[in-house]
Design a protein around this ligand. Structure first.
Ligand SMILES: [Zn+2]
Length: 403
């Protein structure tokens, strides 16, 4: 991208992350910030053979470009670079500066990349008008809600905390055991946690249902657009499937367990690690409170590991920034209904919450929710070749419409 590298100020942050500034003609206007990340997750050892093509060859087969990172997040990153190079090529000059940040460790939490970029911008007093990062895309349909294509735009993302639960009991010889061992106590706590999910926050879905409006399945429309009355039914409906359950409540996933050293020794401690994805409206503190009330006394609860994030605030769907993003999507994907949604994962853009206005997530690619988007971090990650042009067009429109 020779023009981009000639015209932009290019900075390397913490050796590996990249920050581009394409200076606008209006120095008083706040910039926009478009983001992506350069790193990818590995191929799970033993699953290489499950791929249709070599996951690192970038082959095009059956109308798809296959490869690790095709969707998450090199496809969107290349779309940004192609768009900027193209706009420069045709002589476009933005009034508003365009900043581009590419993190190098998003999949590890972004603490070395995006967090440092955000700090740098904060020190310089840069306040992006809005941010577009990864987080949403165009779903061919959204069963059971609608059979129409939906451009899902992330307006919020869930938080993250791992908690370690420890049960303690007297040790000793296994020939004279107590009624319950540390492992038994812990197992009971884990069972209680799984059978007492965190409360549902069905109202978080209201903006999405409203946006889908006439496109909602006719059978579901009356109940989905009348949540004040139908809340309990919708909660039940959304809780039934893991993928929809994750959009209405803080999820509980017991991911690690350990205890005991020998078959004939009573364990003095048993530990489990539980991963929680915290819904906006809740917090790390309220999650710990929920766990404490469910597992009861006798089980100690401590945060585990370094990774933690409060849920994000919810970005506006009424602001001028939203209008720019939504219009750019509608111009590029005219068949799709634009709808806000909450991402169940965490992204690099959360580090910019204190300095930026609205933060949105949208990757300009289409796909089947389970099949195509289900391949992210898994086997067969791919993008449709037919989306390549639209992806670049979207970023061009975004920059022009924001300018
Ligand atoms: Zn990603």
């Amino acid at each position: 991208y020779p023009r981009t590298h000639e015209r932009c100020t290019v900075e390397t942050v913490n050796d590996l992350s990249l920050l581009y500034t394409w200076h606008g003609t209006d120095p008083k206007a706040d910039p926009i910030l478009v983001m992506a990340h350069m790193d990818v997750v590995p191929i799970e050892p033993g699953t290489e053979g499950d791929w249709v093509v070599d996951p690192f060859a970038g082959d095009i087969v059956d109308g798809y470009l296959w490869g690790r990172g095709a969707l998450d997040d090199k496809g969107p990153m290349i779309a940004i670079m192609e768009a900027v190079e193209h706009l420069m090529d045709i002589g476009f000059e933005p009034a508003r500066s365009v900043m581009i940040a590419f993190g190098h460790d998003e999949e590890l939490g972004g603490a070395h990349g995006a967090q440092n970029v955000a700090q740098l911008l904060a020190e310089r007093g840069v306040r992006p008008w809005f941010i577009v990062d990864e987080g949403g895309a165009v779903a061919d349909s959204l069963p059971p809600l609608t059979s129409s294509p939906v451009a899902l735009v992330k307006t919020a993302e869930k938080g993250y905390i791992d908690l370690e639960l420890t049960a303690t009991a007297g040790g000793g010889h296994s020939s004279i055991p107590p009624h319950t061992t540390a492992i038994g106590l812990l197992a009971e706590a884990v069972h209680r946690l799984e059978s007492h999910p965190a409360p549902a926050h069905i109202a978080t879905l209201e903006p999405m249902f409203r946006a889908l409006g006439p496109h909602l399945d006719p059978k579901l429309r009356p109940i989905l657009t009348n949540l004040k009355v139908t809340g309990p039914i919708v909660t039940k409906l959304m809780s039934a499937k893991p993928s929809t359950n994750a959009t209405v409540r803080t999820t509980t996933a017991v991911t690690m367990i350990s205890g005991g050293v020998k078959p004939n020794v009573l364990p003095q401690k048993a530990r489990a690690v539980v991963n929680f994805r915290i819904i906006p409206g809740e917090s790390i503190a309220s999650t710990i409170e929920h766990v404490r009330s469910v597992v009861g006394p006798g089980i100690s609860i401590e945060p585990y590991g370094e990774m933690r994030a409060e849920p994000s605030t919810v970005s506006s769907t009424k602001s001028d920034a939203w209008q720019v993003v939504a219009t750019s999507i509608e111009e590029t994907f005219p068949d799709a209904v634009v709808a806000p949604w909450t991402l169940t994962g965490v992204t690099d853009s959360r580090y910019f919450a204190d300095i930026a206005g609205d933060i949105y997530g949208f990757a300009p690619f289409t796909g089947d929710v389970d099949d195509t988007f289900g391949s992210i971090h898994g086997t067969g990650e791919r993008i449709r070749v037919s989306d390549a042009e639209a992806a670049v067009s979207f970023v061009c429109r975004l920059i022009r419409n924001a300018s």
